[in-house]
Ligand binder design. Structure first.
Ligand code: KIV
Length: 283
């Protein structure tokens, strides 16, 4: 399938065809997502929590993001890939923002970047777009600034925050963002925004009325045991399958059942006999 274009994404919204987006941080996952014809692949800064074991996305560096983005591009050469700009790669100055967004495009092979925040980072978003780099916005729960938002919790339940998210979505459209991720907001607010802006709205924990949905791939396959946010649907419990496989491997190695002949190599008996003779003679 050919790489989806920004006008095609908009067309999907107009036609009411849902847009699919998943995260990928590595070559094999990217290959699977491309094969499944997922519309958009996000190299999320969630790589920090999901893959690198950090406490939050705040710790993720540009170098780490570029490293993972390159692997994803190698796995999905025909997919639309979005690089997630990590904390402090765009907040300090327009120059930083354009330079780092440019690295995602030039070094990482991305088609676009994603930037968290609304009016606070409006100038940065405008500068990146002015440089010719497509930007996906991200409103609602923005994990990089979660401490300021009172933690990793639903945003826009009260009128002030709901109004701010609504107004920011209109601002992002006006600045030229090609799409917006809405994370953890009430479904009614997400529907209102989706109906208001003409650019696609991709939801995560934002109800069913958005133009598309995104999940973290490892959440979808149930790779990690433990806490699961309400909005995550596990289509698999892969951690159970993997834990079972590891236990079986351990058991079979310990009891000598692995590797059996099926998993072993052999040489011709005459060659082995000759080798044995040589060894004996050397003794
Ligand atoms: O980093 C990420 O995975 C994200 C998604 C949750 C949208 O920003």
């Amino acid at each position: 399938m050919a790489k989806i274009t920004i006008p095609e994404l908009k067309k999907k919204k107009v036609n009411g065809e849902k847009i699919t987006m998943l995260t990928a941080y590595d070559y094999p996952t990217a290959k699977l997502l491309q094969k499944a014809e997922i519309d958009l692949i996000l190299v999320g800064d969630s790589v920090g929590n999901v893959i690198l074991g950090y406490h939050s996305t705040v710790e993720v560096s540009m170098e780490e993001m570029i490293h993972h983005t390159k692997a994803v591009r190698r796995g999905a050469p025909e997919s639309f890939i979005i690089g997630d700009m990590p904390f402090l790669s765009y907040q300090v100055s327009d120059e930083d923002a354009v330079k780092n967004a440019g690295r995602f495009i030039k070094e990482g092979g991305c088609d676009a970047v994603k930037v968290e925040g609304g009016r606070e980072v409006g100038d940065r978003i405008a500068a990146i777009i002015k440089a010719g780099i497509p930007v996906m916005g991200h409103l609602g729960l923005t994990p990089q600034t979660a401490t300021m938002l009172g933690g990793l919790k639903v945003q826009g339940k009260d009128i002030q925050t709901a109004r701010k998210i609504y107004e920011d979505s209109i601002l992002l459209e006006r600045l030229g963002c090609f799409a917006i991720v809405l994370e953890c907001v009430p479904a009614q607010l997400a529907k209102l925004i989706t109906d208001t802006v003409t650019i696609p709205v991709i939801g995560i924990g934002a109800g069913k009325d958005c133009d598309g949905q995104v999940l973290v791939f490892q959440d979808l396959i149930g790779l990690i045991e433990g806490f699961r946010p309400k909005f995550v649907k596990q289509y698999l419990k892969l951690h159970e399958v993997i834990t079972d496989a590891i236990s079986k491997f351990k058991q079979e190695v310990q009891n000598g059942n692995f590797p059996s002949q099926e998993y072993s190599f052999s040489m011709k008996q005459e060659n082995f006999s000759q080798l044995l003779n040589e060894v004996k003679q050397k003794k």
